[in-house]
Unconditional design. Sequence first.
Length: 562
Amino acid sequence: MLTPDQSPQHRLGYMIRQLREARGLSMREFAARTFVSHSKVQRWENGARPPQDRGEAELIDRTLGAGGFLIELWQEIDRGVSEPSHVSSSAPHVSDTPVSLATALSHTAPSDSEGIFVPARLDDGTVVLVALDRRALLRAGVGVGAAAVAGMGMPAASAISAAEDPFGFARTATENWSGLQLSRPTPDFGVDWHVLLPGGRSMLGSQLSLQVHPARIEGSRVIVSVPDQRRAEEFLARPNRSLLVGAVNAEGVSRFYALDGRSARSRLAKNGGVYEVAAPTAYELDDLTYGILWAVSNYDDALQADDQPLSETRSDLKAYEGLSASAVSREAAPGLNTVAHMWLGSDFCARHILRALPDLPALPAFWTREQRGEEASAWLIFDHKYPYLRETTKALGGTSTRAFCIPEEVVRSSPRYERVLLFLAVALMESLGIHAQFTSDPAYESVEGFVVSPDKEAVIANWVRGDGMWHVDVTARSSVVREFTIAARDVDADSLTAAPTAAGRLRSLAQYLDLPWSWLIQRCGQLARYGSSGLIQSRSRLVSAAGIDAACAYVASLPTDH
């Protein structure tokens, strides 16, 4: 039992032990989460040696969900302040007046030791003592602080998120990517977080499960410590999409690294007495990797969900391939989701163009309607898109041009991860000798996707933002050919990204999209060395990572000082 006249070091140690036990952590589990030895935890808890610096104190506080209380007590120790004071330990009560944290922590336990006084901060900053039954607290397995106050019907404070989010993952993720939703299941059945990735204009949203564990950096690898092997194995063995996330805290800053559950399952290994999983630091969660997770998960889940009916519908629609022109509504594929409609339209348009290319009388110019990362990521992810680009390049026997209309308002309204995906899609094209050109003039937004031999003949092939699944045609009608020829020449003459080299064009595009050039090259280079499949593995046969990996490899090869 803690008495008021004990030193701040012993009061801090006692509080660490109380909170550790309240969270159901053994000493070894707590040591793994705070990246220290078992003996060091013992020294913290018996008061022999308190945390040595603020960073260590912050990590302990965050891991135990103390909401800043342990940091404040550590500051008292660091300043050499010890002001014993006295609070009656008779009946359990809640103080209705502000008290200093040192005073609060000096009376953490009442004399019967079956209850504990928990310091909690209210919304107005007031620190109060809350008397809780220790057995009930341990049975509930919840954090303390504001979570305990909220459970008593009192105002919830910011510590509730700290108790439920010991690594700060949920806070960081939701702050960085709006629309992302996280929830903690109760009971958890081995899942730390359920994650709902947002959808888009056509995407439907996707769900995955996470386990978050402490991690450390060793060179170019992140080593994730897994305290509970059985819990991790059960989690990783499930067929639903899952991620293992490693949390690294350095100098008070948390960084997170994601590994696909299937990939993590094969990497789980015992190192000494602790199970660990190694992953490349290239899998750090940022706008590049989040964008890939977002796009692959959305497309993959939707296509897998409609796999059989999509295959049957594609076969049913095969008759349209014998026509030079067709406009097929979505009602021709009833019951399929919007992503399946996108895939069918994209696939049909790609094959329509490949059939028509050999008969065009002159080297054509291409026009595409993709404006945002959601649409453009199809070039990176749909299984037929990268092969289609390679085949068109081969059929033309040299370079070609492809124009985009992306108004400034579209750029401003697109989140950064979507702009990264758009950049990668264009980089994939440039890697094959396709010169990308851009206009910001909204007057061109309504132009359909086309391939035009200037002043001679045009191929219409549009599935993006159209009224139906696709509209295709092959025409020599002068009014249509003239419209497309003028649009292609206008953008060619005044492209936002005009430059003699691919590196120059891509750098201008990065500037227009407000993306840091050196960061793109560095991060794409890191990811290219390992590939994206360890970050996220596709389940649908209609999804491929080949385009993502090829685009990253090409960006990595570009000069940083161009």
